[in-house]
Design a protein. Structure first.
Length: 144
């Protein structure tokens, strides 16, 4: 009987330890940036689409096009390595400005006016990239 009780205790402790160690990676990042945005848009189809390119491994280039109120590539979560240099290039057929939350960066876009944001991803968390006037979400940057 004591051996049976010991077996149940070990199994219970193992389950608790595994459950405690398997936290949700999408919530509660430093500074409360992850999981707190009411306008967060989940990745379509459960996949992580990325527009990131790494020319020479030095700069992650993210390219977005806004045309007829639609974002290309479609809204997605874009993983970015913590500490990486990032360049975001946005073209738009309508005048607006693009804002990166958390980093408080903004740039004007419109016909004939491509917007470029450059920064070092030194803050971990989830950060939305959206248009200022129309509130159109372009992407969520996941800095880890």
């Amino acid at each position: 009987m004591t051996e049976r009780l010991l077996t149940f205790l070990v199994a219970g402790i193992t389950v608790l330890a595994v459950t405690a160690c398997s936290g949700d990676e999408e919530s509660g990042g430093p500074g409360g940036h992850e999981g707190t945005s009411p306008s967060a848009t989940p990745t379509q189809g459960g996949e992580e689409d990325t527009a990131a390119e790494e020319p020479g491994g030095d700069v992650e280039v993210l390219e977005f096009e806004i045309s007829d109120g639609q974002v290309r590539p479609p809204v997605s979560r874009v993983p970015v390595e913590h500490g990486a240099s990032v360049r975001i290039e946005v073209t738009s057929d309508q005048p607006d400005s693009v804002h990166l939350h958390g980093y408080d960066l903004e740039v004007a876009v419109g016909p004939g006016e491509d917007g470029v944001l450059e920064f070092d991803a030194d803050q971990a968390g989830r950060f939305e990239l959206e248009t200022h006037d129309t509130g159109l979400v372009l992407a969520q940057l996941l800095v880890r």
